[in-house]
Structures are given as C-alpha cells and as structure tokens.
Design a protein around this ligand. Structure first.
Ligand SMILES: [Zn+2]
Length: 268
C-alpha cells in the first residue's frame, strides 16, 4: 500500500516490502523520430525547439546546454534536421535530453531557395498542427518533401504538391469537384473560380481568378500519387493552383507565415 507523501511531485511508498517511488505527474521519457520545425536560442546556453515527432506529434521543448554540449547535441539542433531525440515529455515544455541526426539535409543548406521551401514547409506544418497529436501521414509527407528537396532542384510544383497534400491530411482539403458555396457539380461547367477562402466556386457564386480544368486535375493527381517530382505545373497552372491553395492555408493559420515573405523575395 502507498505510504506517506514525501514530495509534491513524487511519492514514496512500500510495495511488497520494498520502498518504491513514483511520480504524481507522470513523465514519459522516450526516444523519438523527429523533424525540427523551429529552434531559437534561450539564454546563454539553451535552445528552445519545436519538434514534430513521429510517435507523439508536435512537442515544444528545451534543450539545456545545447549551445555548449557537443556530446549530447553535436550542433545538430538546426531547422528542418531529421533527428532521433531522447526526450522527457511534460505538459507545456518537454525536456530534450539528447539528439542524434539522421540527416541535416546538407544539400538543402547549400541552396537559398531550397532553404526557403524547407523553412516554409516546416513553419506551415508547425502552424497547422495541434500539439501532442500524432500524425504519421503528415510526418511521412514532410520527411518525403525534405528528402526530395535535398536530392532534386527546387521546384514550385513540389511546393504546391506539398500544400495540397498537407491540407488534405489535416482534413482541410479544398473543394475541387463542387462549388464551395452552393455545392453544384463543377465538372459539367465550363468556368470555375478560385474562392476567397480556398476551394472553387461556380460562375454564379464566384468572381475570382478563373481556374482551368487542367489545373484542377493536376491537384487531384497530386492527391492520388504519393511521389514528389511526379506532377509538374506550368507557370499559368502554378498561379491558378496558388489562387486556391494560398487562401486555403491562410484561412487555417492564426498568423501570417513569415517564411512566405522570403519565398516571395526569391520570386516564388
Ligand atoms: Zn456556386
């Protein structure tokens, strides 16, 4: 039977004749696969990190001594690195005890535009993901995008491919087959317009940019194929896809995505 309480955060009691201690606020320490969505210096020695873990979803944590300890962190707590982390999970701020890099995607870091795309993908995922909710499909999508960016030339088509799949996995798939306002079947109509909050509108409900049937089918193919690099949009189709996807993403985030400004400066 448990004995007297000795500490506020833990308890000690006798079980089968032995003294044992357990935590009143359970803490889970685990080794997780993770992608580093964001990182910031904290004080002289520490770093604050936002991790997208495969096992536990998005977690915010502190890596004590990370700016000094090469043994525990090896200088790898860098944006969009793919890591294995040892983490003590707590409500609020978790404690990152150590980290090993699966890859820091070195070829992304050699190319400013690739850095822009990778940073944008991580920031968008951070803003759209709820905390501590595992989402293995989204983890695989983001990991696949970073791997592709590391290997292939930077491409606006891949960005749009990522975005439409990101929205779909999170349950925010834009309406492509029916008018988002009145629900009419768009496949029988000759014109469709991009809506203010993403998705498509029929000619009676919408006044925005006209979107071609071909752009819609490229977005639908993007949702069916799991492979980056398989779908290529022309410049006109990219602009049309952007008129659907940009407002769709903006309508689900609480603030503007800072890395979008950098992409725009790069002409994207
Ligand atoms: Zn309509």
């Amino acid at each position: 039977m448990p004995g007297e309480l000795l500490f506020l955060s833990s308890a000690v009691g006798k079980v089968d004749g032995d003294y044992v201690e357990w935590y009143l606020q359970p803490m889970e320490s685990c080794r997780c696969e993770a992608i580093l969505l964001g990182v910031a210096d904290y004080g002289e020695a520490d770093r604050l990190v936002t991790l997208f873990t495969l096992e536990h979803g998005k977690l915010r944590g502190i890596a004590k001594g990370a700016k000094r300890s090469l043994r525990r962190f090896g200088g790898i707590l860098e944006p969009f690195a793919r890591l294995t982390v040892q983490i003590s999970i707590r409500s609020g701020l978790s404690r990152v005890v150590g980290a090993d890099a699966a890859t820091i995607f070195p070829r992304i870091r050699e190319d400013l535009l690739k850095i822009g795309y990778a940073g944008y993908a991580c920031e968008a995922a951070d803003l759209l993901l709820p905390e501590a909710l595992p989402n293995p499909r989204l983890f695989r999508l983001l990991a696949a995008y970073l791997e592709h960016l590391d290997q292939a030339p930077p491409s606006s088509s891949d960005r749009r491919f990522f975005e439409v799949n990101l929205l779909n996995i999170l349950g925010y798939r834009p309406a492509l087959g029916q008018c988002a306002s009145c629900g009419v079947d768009l496949s029988a109509l000759t014109t469709r317009h991009a809506g203010a909050a993403g998705g498509l509108l029929c000619g009676r409900c919408g006044r925005g940019r006209v979107v071609s049937e071909w752009t819609v089918s490229l977005l639908e193919v993007s949702l069916r194929t799991g492979r980056f690099g398989k779908v290529n949009f022309s410049p006109a189709e990219l602009a049309e896809a952007g008129s659907i996807l940009d407002p769709a993403i903006a309508s689900h985030v609480s603030r503007s995505i800072k890395s979008l400004a950098f992409l725009r400066e790069m002409g994207e």
